[in-house]
Design a protein around this ligand. Structure first.
Ligand code: AGP
Length: 606
């Protein structure tokens, strides 16, 4: 997720762009830049935050009444000055800012290189600027239209030409983009907060919209340049509410982003019935020598690693363990060059996880990073990094990152199975289709959020809970319990359902709430019998089950159904009711959900 802004009017553009970018820093903050068209077309950009850009701007005299700006969350190319946006075309007559991921940028780049062009950066965005220029013959709108019709992927664009001071062009496909309508001035931005200081009259562009932004008029077109009309919305939100997209907390906003996060995490990795994770192109000989796999992480990332353990043993038939990094790093684990270590980290900066990574490397293991923050320490130090493309996660409680971690771990393991001839073409096709169905199924679950809220309101007197499940549902029970305890402060523990009678059942009373996750179909009857054990002791049971498993209603007090999906992919979406439950229980208790007591978003110390 990045933030883009654009302005044309009678004011100096620079202050407007900087102010807008500051309101979009929650969308990305590893580098930033602006382009202003005045006497000349100039760019100033830098690695770092908006304040670093402002420092760099002190020495430049950027004057002009039309401009575009960008604050970056890197997906292609490490965060540095060269990869920061805006990007020039080769002649520097055209400039662009972009939010999204272009899936076919490499083939377009090869085509342009074969036509004799030379590139400056490693980004997918620069390819768009060069492509627009290749079509430019004095009409920027037409050149943009021709170029974007060749793009595959997600993009919100702002484009300016040195030769056209009276307009700039914007395009929206899959990445959000809004138009702000002022008096004698007009704007674009990735999100509404950037514009509320100037106008509350907003057009929310739809997929495929191309906008011609003039200071006294905005014209909208489809991808064939047929005129389109869009409603103007009057925004009444405060700036802070707007940053949360109208949600009460970032955590809820991030849960509702999950369908799109699931799409972005698989973008370029699932296509035409194939699963491709090119970052993991290990030789089959190497893979066949691996005899041990570790998934090492902390907190929620560790829980994603537990899912990985089950999937790795299932598909690769190699012994796999999930380990808490703070234990792994000090127990002198058995590691050698036949060991494969996955380190999982949203921030890529967690101290224990980094220490575990360095230990594994020092003992000769091959290391894979499942990371969100591009260019973070973990991303730089592993042998191969597979980014989860979840965008910045602001809430301390990790939700969309967990969903993307589990999804990318599943994609990675299936790809390694494919490379080592342990996945048939038919299986690959079936799983590819299952991945493609996930976003819609996630959306269907999110539509249940009101009933989750209603149930949460009945838990005011609950002081402790047990989450139980078997196999992948056990992995989910750990994450569900962590979510609840870290934001509602209600004691919660995740247990293998089969463990109840070995001790925890002694704690079950009519005051207990047990959340039974029963989606893993091979063991669902077993878990159902554990639910009966709890009911026999008077405990209250909330079950999460797959649609169609009606018999569970005869036993559980309440059932949240999730759409049926391949068992191996169930954690990607079955976690959503658990995240919503934690959120609404905490919300019903009036707690500071985005910043829970005693916790930090990234634990960069031991
Ligand atoms: C998750 O809700 C917590 N905020 C925490 O457990 C987090 O997952 C853990 O600290 C790991 O962080 P990382 O993914 O950035 O390494």
């Amino acid at each position: 997720m990045c933030g883009i802004v654009g302005y044309i009017g009678d004011k100096e553009a620079l202050p407007v762009l900087i102010d807008g970018l500051k309101h979009l820093e929650y969308r990305g903050y590893d580098s930033a830049g602006v382009a202003i068209l005045g006497e000349d077309l100039k760019i100033v950009k830098t690695r770092g935050r908006i304040k670093d850009l402002e420092a760099k701007l002190k020495n430049s005299n950027l004057k002009g009444k039309i401009g575009i700006g960008h604050t970056r969350w890197a997906t292609h190319g490490a965060p540095n000055d060269e990869n920061a946006h805006p990007h020039f075309s080769e002649s520097k007559n055209i400039v662009i800012v972009h939010n999204g991921i272009i899936e076919n940028y490499l083939e377009l780049k090869k085509m342009l290189i074969n036509e004799g062009h030379t590139f400056r950066s490693e980004t997918d965005t620069e390819v768009i600027a060069y492509l627009i220029e290749s079509f430019y013959d004095g009409d920027l709108l037409l050149a943009v239209k021709k170029a974007v019709n060749m793009l595959e992927g997600s993009f919100a664009l702002g484009v300016m030409s040195k030769d056209e001071k009276d307009r700039f062009i914007a395009v929206r496909k899959d990445s959000p983009l809004v138009v702000g309508l002022g008096k004698g001035e007009n704007f674009i931005a990735s999100d509404i907060p950037a514009l509320l200081s100037y106008t509350r009259n907003i057009i929310i562009l739809e997929n495929g919209d191309i906008a011609e932004i003039r200071k006294d008029k905005v014209n909208l077109f489809d991808l064939s340049l047929n005129p389109v009309k869009r409603d103007v919305q009057k925004i009444t939100w405060s700036v802070d509410d707007a940053k949360k997209g109208g949600f009460k907390h970032y955590m809820l906003k991030e849960i509702f982003e999950e369908p799109q996060v699931i799409r972005e995490a698989m973008r370029g990795r699932v296509k035409d019935g194939k699963i491709e994770v090119p970052e993991l192109n290990f030789a089959k000989k190497f893979l066949n020598e691996i005899n041990k796999i570790y998934f090492v992480a902390c907190g929620t990332a560790y829980h994603a690693g537990v899912v990985g353990k089950y999937l790795a043993e299932n598909f690769l038939r190699i012994t796999a363990e999930a380990e808490v990094a703070s234990e792994f790093r000090y127990r002198d684990p058995v590691i050698d060059k036949k060991t494969l270590v996955f380190v999982i980290s949203q921030s890529g900066e967690t101290a224990d996880t980094l220490a575990a990574l360095r230990l594994a490397k020092s003992k000769g293991a091959k290391t894979i990073g499942i990371v969100n923050v591009v260019g973070s320490s973990a991303a730089r130090e592993v042998d191969s990094v597979v980014y989860i493309n979840a965008g910045p996660e602001i809430a301390v409680a990790s939700t969309k990152a967990y969903v993307a971690q589990v999804e990318v771990i599943a994609l990675s393991i299936l790809y390694l199975a494919k490379l080592s001839d342990k996945l048939t073409e038919k299986e690959e096709r079936l799983f590819a289709s299952a991945f493609e169905g996930l976003p819609e199924k996630a959306e269907k679950i999110l539509k249940q959020s009101d009933s989750v809220a209603e149930f949460a309101a009945t838990t005011k007197t609950i002081e402790e809970t047990f989450y139980i499940g078997r196999n992948l549902d056990y992995a989910l029970s750990l994450e569900g319990a962590l979510k609840l305890k870290e934001i509602s402060y209600v004691h919660a523990e995740g247990y293998p359902a089969g463990e109840l009678k070995h001790g925890p059942l002694a704690l079950v009373t009519p005051k207990s709430l047990v959340i039974a996750i029963d989606t893993y179909s091979p063991l669902r009857e077993k878990t159902l019998s554990n639910i009966k054990e709890v009911k026999a002791r008077g405990g209250k049971v909330l079950a999460v089950a797959s649609e169609g498993y009606q018999k569970i209603e005869e036993v559980a007090d309440k059932v949240f159904y999730v759409p049926k999906v391949a068992d191996e992919l169930s954690p990607v979406i079955s976690v959503i009711p658990l995240q919503l439950l934690a959120y609404y229980v905490a919300e019903s208790r009036g707690l500071d959900i985005d910043k829970p007591r005693n916790l930090a978003k990234s634990v960069t110390v031991e």
